[in-house]
Structure formats: C-alpha cells, structure tokens
Design a protein around this ligand. Structure first.
Ligand code: EPU
Length: 302
C-alpha cells in the first residue's frame, strides 16, 4: 500500500517517522518471503498515539513489525502499511538484577549483554532470532525457560485505550508461546529481573544451548523457527518426521531435513507455496494422529 494522502505525508516528519515507500518485506523477514508496502519507522515512542490516531482517521490500515523472525507475509502489493520501532542507543541498561530493554533491541544481544553483567536465566534464548518485543509478545522460550518468567514491567501502546501504558508483570499472563497482550498492542520496552550468575557460568550454559540448537535445527537456512506449536505432551516436529515428511515441498517451500517443524525457503518460495505446504502437513498430521496443529508462525496474508 502506498501512502498518497497529503495530510499523512505532511505529518510524518514532525511525528519523527521515517517513511520508506515500497519496502520489500522479504528483506525484513527471516523466511525472506513477502510482498511490498510502505514502511514507517518510528523514532519517537511519544508520537505513537498521534501517529496511529492519524492513520485511523485517514483510513490507512497498518501492522506492527518486530524482528520478522516468526512471520509469514503474503505476496505482492500488501493492503496495509507496516510500522516498526527504531531503537534508541543504548537500548539496554542494567541496574542491579534489573535490565531495562527497548522492544526493538535484538534478543541475542540482550542475552549476551546481560550475561556480561553477570545476569543469567536467559541462556536458552541464545540463537532465537528477533527482537525483545517479539519475544515478549509470544513468550518465546527454549530449553526449559521462557522470557515471561523474568518480566517485571512492560511499557506498551495499548490499542484499545489508545495510549501508552505501563503494566506490572503480574498483570500479564505468560503461557506456552502465548500472552495476554491484545494482537494490536505494541510492545515498547520491558524491565526484566534476572538471577545473578557469574559470566563464565552463563557462557557455559549458552554454549550448551548453542550446540543443541546447531545439532537439531537448520540454523543457516531461511526459516521462521517452528511453524506449529507443540500440542500438549507431544512434539509437532517428531510427528511430522514420523510421517516421513522431511523434504516434502511445494515449489521452494520445503520441510527441513534437519527438523521437521522448520519449513525453509530453499530458493524463491512464495507465501502461496509456504501456505500450501503448511496446509498439506497440517492435514496429514490430522489424518494420522487426529491432532489439528496450531500455527506458531504469524501469518499476514491480505
Ligand atoms: N524430533 C524428531 N524429528 C524432528 C524433530 C524433532 O524426531 O524432525 C524429536 C527429537 O529427537 C526430540 C523431540 O522430537 O526427541 C523434541 O525435539 P526438540 O528437542 O527439537 O524440541 P521441539 O519440541 O521440536 C521445541 C520448541 C523449539 C525449541 C526446542 C528446544 C516448539 C514448537 N518448539 O522444539 O522452539 O527451540 O523445543 O527447547 O515449542 C520455536 O518455537 O520456534 C522453536 C524452535
């Protein structure tokens, strides 16, 4: 979608918004799939309520993009603009056992920054691509931990109230790959409370998680991490593997040979290819196991 409304165009600079017309979302997502739209990069949190109210009034639909690592975007010209936060520098500050982190901060860098300040707990998240805001929204986790356990406060734009609010950790529910945030809430910053741990000790944990991940996941390939959530007590990857579906493809969209719950873009896959592959695998799992797998990947299709 192209912004042509002169009122919107004129307001963007004073709202601290960088306008990038005709941006390819394939370049902003780890799957390297997605069509084109206008990207609005937000440099001032305070201007978000005014910006969104302007877009609403002027009838410009929008979506919030984090790090694009758990996202499948549709093909072609997209019918909404995309908003993305630009982090200010520094985007992480540590005081005692607390880390104050901007939502746009890189998750892996946050884990290592905290580790260097002798704050541990998040070792399992090393190697999970994306931003802290994205991890927060979906309660990212791995190797027995989840980010939600360490959240003490979240600053966010609440779409329903149309204002920036601060929530205490106990006002938010964090479940397996799910949180109580509304889909249109926009994460802005988080305060984490992390256990004290000596840096070399944390590094050991990080190395172990890195090794496990390297051994079981297709890290060098274009993917969105796991496509499906694990059903209670089972592994979607193992079920797909048991059906012999590793390597199954639709065009260049392919079930990874390494981990069957990772679907990779092996070349020039389209969203259409990837969605067809997801539907096919879901159907086969349902037929054989009687389980309807739930998407973990977020789909923006139209
Ligand atoms: N397995 C297979 N074949 C496969 C994949 C897995 O047989 O193709 C077997 C493994 O051998 C193992 C079991 O299934 O016995 C579980 O596999 P794994 O340890 O890889 O865990 P997972 O349940 O497949 C989950 C998360 C991952 C996270 C790992 C490690 C989900 C959907 N997946 O995978 O998270 O990294 O545990 O904690 O919760 C993600 O969410 O995007 C993600 C990658």
């Amino acid at each position: 979608m192209r912004i042509e409304n002169p009122k919107v165009v004129a307001a963007l600079p004073e709202l601290g918004v960088q306008w990038k017309p005709g941006t390819s979302l394939a370049a902003l997502t780890s799957l390297a799939i997605g069509g084109t739209t206008d990207l609005l990069r937000i440099t001032k949190h305070d201007s978000i309520p005014a910006l969104l109210s302007l877009l609403d009034t002027e009838g410009v639909p929008y979506k919030f993009l984090g790090g694009g690592s758990n996202l499948l975007v549709g093909d072609g010209e997209l019918p909404w603009v995309v908003l993305q936060l630009v982090s200010s520098q520094p985007d992480i500050a540590v005081e005692g056992n607390f880390a104050q982190v901007e939502a746009a901060a890189d998750l892996g860098r946050t884990v290592t920054f905290c580790a260097k300040h002798d704050l541990g707990g998040m070792e399992g998240l090393i190697g999970v691509p994306g931003t802290v805001g994205g991890a927060l929204r979906m309660n990212a986790g791995a190797y027995g931990m989840q980010i939600g356990s360490y959240v003490r406060q979240v600053k966010l734009y609440r779409a329903a109230a149309r204002k920036i609010e601060t929530l205490e950790g106990d006002q938010i529910s964090f479940e397996y790959r799910h949180t109580s945030f509304a889909p249109d809430d926009m994460m802005l910053a988080v305060k984490l409370e992390l256990p004290s741990k000596a840096y070399p000790e944390i590094l050991k944990g990080i190395r172990i998680c890195n090794e496990k991940r390297r051994a079981s996941q297709p890290l060098g390939q274009k993917s969105a991490g796991c496509i499906f959530k694990n059903p209670p007590g089972a592994s979607a990857g193992r079920m797909i593997d048991d059906l012999g579906l590793k390597g199954l493809n639709v065009g260049d969209a392919r079930v990874s040979d390494r981990h069957a719950n990772f679907f990779v873009n092996a070349g020039k896959a389209s969203a259409k290819d990837m969605l067809a592959l997801i539907a096919e695998v879901r159907e086969r799992v349902q037929k054989s196991f009687g389980i309807l797998l739930e998407h973990e990947v977020v789909v923006w299709n139209g």
